[in-house]
Design a binder for this molecule. Structure first.
Ligand SMILES: [Fe+2]
Ligand SMILES: [Fe+2]
Length: 315
């Protein structure tokens, strides 16, 4: 962590935006201090009226996932090599600055959904509180290698899903919402680039251990950060599978996307050309290279439930 943290100042400027220049949620929302705010809210509500049920459900699930940011920040603060007390200018600074950017996502989506009039806000808020209280179990431990694999994967997954909700919003005649999802997707891509570069640097100095960490994470499968998602009266995690099914039905995030992300990471880190590995790591590399094809065969056989589930979030 010390080695890859050497150029942390340039990492911050390369992958995060200056706060003053960054977009803020209010840039995309009606301004209640203006005379015409009623008109603006009316327009927003009207343009959200025709959004399909599954689409709204996915947007809510995405929002709750973003709103569980306290879980992610506290998790990353606990990773080995991150020390907010003794080294506040080191990795802790990255975690804080990344959190600060991420914080805008849930904020913006939550306000949009509130104004859309399509959501049972209380039910959504209950799910958010549950998810933060339940935490998550992502199989990384406090190991930076595993955590940076996880975040690389996860930022790409959120980029895909926000990008798709942006495209769909446009198709549903809602350019405003499309813009909102689009700016969030762009943030996720920048963050993905940062985390991928951290892993690349680890590969430069500790290739075998990095390879084993990657193999371990992929064997366990990357679980989504909201995998414990639930609603009132629903067991922990049960709502997540319905949310995930809705995302699959809509094509917002699918098994195929999971495989494509894996493919892109293997390519990015040039796993195929990785030499000078110890014996165990060589086996790990070969396992990883064969994995996308294996997952594709399984994906072909799994069916997504067609029947829509009734979420308490949408009344
Ligand atoms: Fe985000
Ligand atoms: Fe993110």
């Amino acid at each position: 962590m010390q080695f890859i943290g050497q150029k942390l100042d340039s990492v911050l400027t390369d992958y995060l935006k200056p706060i003053e220049e960054n977009w803020q949620p209010s840039d995309f929302l009606p301004d209640f201090s203006k005379e015409n705010f009623v008109e603006e809210v009316k327009l927003l509500k009207e343009s959200a009226r025709e959004l399909p049920y599954d689409y709204v459900a996915v947007l809510i699930g995405d929002t709750i996932t973003e709103e569980a940011l306290p879980t992610y920040e506290s998790w990353l603060m606990d990773v080995i090599g991150v020390d907010q007390v003794h080294d506040p200018k080191g990795w802790a600074q990255w975690v804080r600055a990344w959190t600060a950017e991420e914080n805008r996502h849930g904020d913006l989506l939550n306000k949009y959904l509130y104004l859309s009039g399509r959501v049972n806000m209380r039910a959504m808020e209950v799910s958010t509180q549950y998810l933060i209280a339940d935490g998550f179990d992502i199989g990384t431990g406090r190991d930076p290698y595993r955590n940076f694999v996880y975040t690389s994967f996860q930022e790409l997954a959120t980029n895909v899903s926000h990008r798709r909700t942006a495209t769909l919003a446009k198709q549903f005649g809602n350019p405003h919402l499309s813009k909102i999802c689009g700016v969030i997707a762009a943030d996720e891509m920048r963050h993905a680039k940062a985390y991928k570069s951290f892993v690349s640097r680890i590969f430069e100095v500790d290739a075998s251990e990095m390879m084993l960490a990657l193999e371990d994470m992929m064997r366990k499968k990357i679980v989504m950060p909201a995998h414990f998602l639930r609603e009132t009266g629903v067991r922990m995690g049960d709502t997540f599978s319905h949310f995930s099914d809705a995302a699959q039905r809509l094509g917002v995030y699918t098994t195929n996307d999971y495989i494509e992300i894996l493919d892109s990471l293997l390519d990015e880190w040039q796993i195929e050309h990785m030499r000078d590995l110890n014996e165990k790591a060589e086996k790990a590399r070969d396992y990883l290279l064969a994995l996308p094809a294996r997952l594709r065969r399984v994906a072909d056989r799994t069916k997504v439930p067609e029947l829509s589930y009734e979420f308490s979030w949408i009344g």
